[in-house]
Design a protein around this ligand. Structure first.
Ligand code: C5P
Length: 308
């Protein structure tokens, strides 16, 4: 079986304004995830270090004469109405700018598994915002795009900026931290899916015993020490999700046994990620896991854009 390998080939293929453009929508993985408290609005205040990775969907945005937003996708279970965050993003962008002359077709080549904690839907929405901003020459600042993104979902602002960021609040408060040193990230998702709503609904923030050392993790990034980052990878939601999805612990074990410096579940799961400094060990582990889990990917970190 062939492992699915993703390496970075430049960010976006941005054409001239007002013509069809192709945008990459990169997945994210959590190096850490802590829940500080439940808020009166029902959301949770989080503190987490998140990394963009080279596994990506590819979106083509095409102006059409047919009014409205239409979707063409390689997965037939992806909705083509506003439940699809990419469509919601296009409609929000249009509300804000009124720059789409007639209609828009979004062609989506999806590779990021859904309900995995990899932020696929959020990445698609962010790619639509960034893509339309360029295609329509709208000139919205990154800050403005992030404000729109936050109305679509908690992870969408992260996906607009990307790279290595500390996420706080419900996820929308972003602080750049030093980039993760060069490494290989193996992502493996068992077949069980996860619901963000259900996972957050089942957690009691007051009862969390063990938390990630986020400050130590940021210091490790500042020092450029992959070892010190790896040993601090920790997600407070992992044990809750692993109670129902037994494969999470066995995948984590397989990653560590294969030579990962650190491993943890990403977001609300169910994907688990392992950080490797050794390319051959990462390849070997990915190949082994691919035999058991179809959604296994060998990826690398991707840098973000600068705030403007
Ligand atoms: O913001 P988003 O729509 O992605 O969140 C989906 C659900 O996940 C929310 O309705 C909320 O129940 C939960 N959530 C949370 N705390 C966060 C982010 C999401 O409780 N920081």
């Amino acid at each position: 079986m062939k492992i699915k390998e993703f390496s970075t080939v430049g960010r976006d293929d941005l054409g001239a304004p007002n013509t069809e453009i192709t945008v990459k929508a990169y997945a994210k993985v959590n190096l850490s995830l802590d829940i500080l408290r439940k808020r009166p609005d029902g959301y949770h205040d989080l503190r987490m270090v998140t990394q963009t990775v080279s596994l990506c969907d590819t979106l083509t945005l095409e102006p059409t004469d047919c009014p409205g937003v239409s979707v063409e996708c390689n997965f037939d279970y992806i909705p083509s109405d506003e439940r699809n965050l990419a469509v919601a993003a296009a409609l929000l962008f249009q509300d804000e700018t009124r720059l789409i002359k007639s209609g828009l077709k979004i062609k989506m080549d999806k590779k990021i598994p859904v309900c995995a904690g990899l932020g696929g839907g959020s990445a698609d929405a962010a790619a639509v915002l960034r893509g339309l901003n360029t295609m329509l020459n709208a000139g919205l600042s990154t800050e403005k795009l992030c404000n729109l993104a936050a109305r679509l979902g908690s992870d969408v602002p992260f996906c607009v900026v990307g790279g290595t960021l500390l996420m706080e609040g419900r996820g929308e408060i972003l602080t750049p931290v030093p980039a993760l040193p060069d490494c290989h990230i193996v992502i493996c998702k068992p077949s069980a899916r996860s619901s963000t709503l259900a996972v957050f609904g089942g957690v009691n923030a007051k009862k969390i015993k063990y938390r990630p050392d986020n400050d130590g993790l940021i210091k490790a990034l500042e020092a450029g020490s992959l070892d010190d980052v790896g040993c601090r990878m920790f997600n407070v939601l992992e044990d809750t999700v692993a109670r129902d999805v037994k494969e999470i612990k066995s995948i984590r074990r397989a990653l560590i046994d294969g030579g990962a410096i650190g491993a943890c579940m990403t977001g609300t799961g169910t994907a688990v990620t392992g950080l490797f400094d050794d390319r051959k060990a990462a390849e070997k582990t990915a190949r082994r896991l691919t035999g058991m889990y179809e959604n296994t990917f060998l990826t690398e970190p991707v840098g973000g854009i600068l705030f403007n």
